[in-house]
Design a protein around this ligand. Sequence first.
Ligand SMILES: [Zn+2]
Length: 124
Amino acid sequence: MIRDTAAAKRIKQLYKGECQLCGLQLVGPDGKPYSEGAHIRPLGKPHHGPDVEPNILCLCPNCHVRLDIGAITVAEDWSVIAHAGLSGVRLLPKLTVKDSHRVHQEYLRYHRRSWEQKATGEAP
Ligand SMILES: [Zn+2]
């Protein structure tokens, strides 16, 4: 498990652990919400996404994985798009974005394109 960076911690606090893709808030017996800071454009090679708030979403563990495997992308108008069979999963129609969190379209576009290219078999 990856330790959260300061930027990821701030985003998780801002949303109080509520998933921006499905609205789920997981709460432990101590009353503390559990969520994960997900980078839209992944960190490290070959993506080199930055560890900054516009590139981070507060997600539940399931949605974090869905984002990472390209089962979910987010459209230009913030619509949540499911690409794989997500039967029984309730996603929000649009990504929840708070006023003080400037999610950057550039990263969502990068995420969409990298998965579209994989789907069509083109080189990334
Ligand atoms: Zn979720």
